[in-house]
Write a protein of this length. Structure first.
Length: 403
């Protein structure tokens, strides 16, 4: 690490450049430009692209004389002040992510506040949708907490009470896996009988079933799977994870499946981004704004781990490598939003439509991407999207989803 002083007006790094250092701002101010948005900062970190050898999506210029700690990527875990620096990375990137998100929001020409009827609008489009705060998910989390504490009988009693409830087939299977696991723990002499009751063909994709197989047959321990079984959630498609305007208390690590971030306006739902396995979402709200800026809901079955601000703070002390994974996910989301902005700013309607279809094509069939999503995003009529989607050989369901 070294201390660098730059005079006002110095371009510290530019678009597409891989910075040489992670910078920690000690004194002065810098200006960051993301696409067309500009904001000035007098604290925090920047240059995080260097940690992952990613091309910068921003331009950073000093707007006064600045004093910086310049840290080589390979030095990040060997510094006296590693914890202090790492602690600042997530909120620093989150501020810039909110900045570029705001540009995409403004491009949609929608109000930032939906009003008191936002849940009514959502339920009209998605009848019977769950919300992650619903009792069934809280009961499952309580059962997991009891299981992690060794209170197996108490956890089993909760799961038994959930079994008669009317839920989706997807959730029913998740509850069945937990019933099987706890039955095996409480009746080890009958473990094989309980295990054989679940057909692998029906349950193989469930993370909880993968843990069950490992529990019964042995195998290499997977830390992230252990964490999921203690504190994670399986949610079915069309479950609300966050609602815009609400107070934020958690971020989320996505292990499997896809979530859609949207802005709601009466019967219109405008796509902001889609996040998938290995990505973190919601960290910007709990670190900075405290208010959800978008509605986030599942468009496939999803396995995720909720993370409180306190747990992220603790991880900076105990597992800085985990924090860097969050940072990498944040930077990749900035890249994704910039790609969407570039698509939206294409002058030719047909070109915009084709570029948007190509952007979402990798998840067609894995998650519900609707022709309306693309039409609203690139400001073309639905018929144009349908024509181009079919021309590229994709099928469109009755509900408009593309496969």
């Amino acid at each position: 690490m070294e201390i660098i002083v730059f005079p006002s007006g110095t371009k510290i790094y530019d678009y597409s450049e891989i910075p040489k250092y992670l910078y920690y701002l000690v004194d002065g101010t810098v200006e960051t430009k993301l696409f067309r948005k500009v904001q000035e900062f007098n604290s925090g970190t920047f240059g995080e692209w260097s940690l992952f050898n990613l091309p910068s999506q921003e331009q950073v210029i000093s707007t006064s004389e600045v004093t910086l700690y310049a840290i080589k990527p390979e030095e990040i875990f060997n510094l006296e002040h590693t914890q202090k620096v790492v602690k600042n990375i997530i909120p620093s990137i989150a501020k810039r992510l909110l900045l570029i998100d705001s540009e995409l929001t403004e491009a949609q020409e929608l109000p930032t506040y939906v009003g008191a009827d936002k849940m009514r609008f959502f339920n009209k489009a998605h009848p019977g949708a769950y919300k992650i705060t619903d009792a069934i998910f809280q009961d499952i989390l309580q059962a997991k907490s009891l299981y992690a504490s060794g209170c197996y009988k108490e956890a089993f009693e909760i799961i038994v009470k959930l079994m008669p409830q009317v839920v989706t087939e997807d959730l029913r299977k998740e509850v069945m896996i937990w019933h099987t696991l706890l039955s095996m723990v409480l009746e080890p002499e009958k473990a094989e009988i309980h295990f054989r009751r679940l057909n692998p063909k029906e349950y193989a994709e469930y993370l909880s079933y993968q843990f069950l197989v490992s529990f019964f047959k042995g195998g290499e321990k997977q830390e992230i799977l252990d964490i999921y079984m203690k504190a994670g959630l399986h949610i079915p498609s069309e479950t609300i994870v966050t609602m815009e305007g609400e107070v934020a208390s958690e971020a989320f690590l996505i292990l499997r499946g896809y979530l859609k971030a949207v802005k709601l306006f009466e019967d219109k739902e405008v796509l902001m981004s889609i996040v998938g396995p290995g990505e973190f979402v919601g960290e910007g709200a709990i670190m900075n704004s405290k208010i959800r800026m978008a509605t986030l809901y599942s468009i496939s079955p999803v396995d995720l781990i909720p993370l409180s601000a306190e747990s992220i703070e603790k991880a900076t002390l105990t597992n800085p490598g985990f924090i860097l994974k969050i940072c990498e996910s944040q930077l990749k989301r900035i890249i994704q939003v910039k790609q969407l902005l570039e698509i939206k700013n294409q002058g030719n309607q047909i070109q915009r439509t084709i570029m948007a279809i190509n952007y979402f094509q990798p998840i067609f069939g894995k998650a519900k991407v609707n022709v309306k999503d693309i039409a609203y995003l690139v400001d073309v009529n639905v018929e144009r999207v349908i024509e181009e989607v079919r021309r590229k050989g994709h099928k469109i369901g009755i509900d408009g989803s593309i496969s």
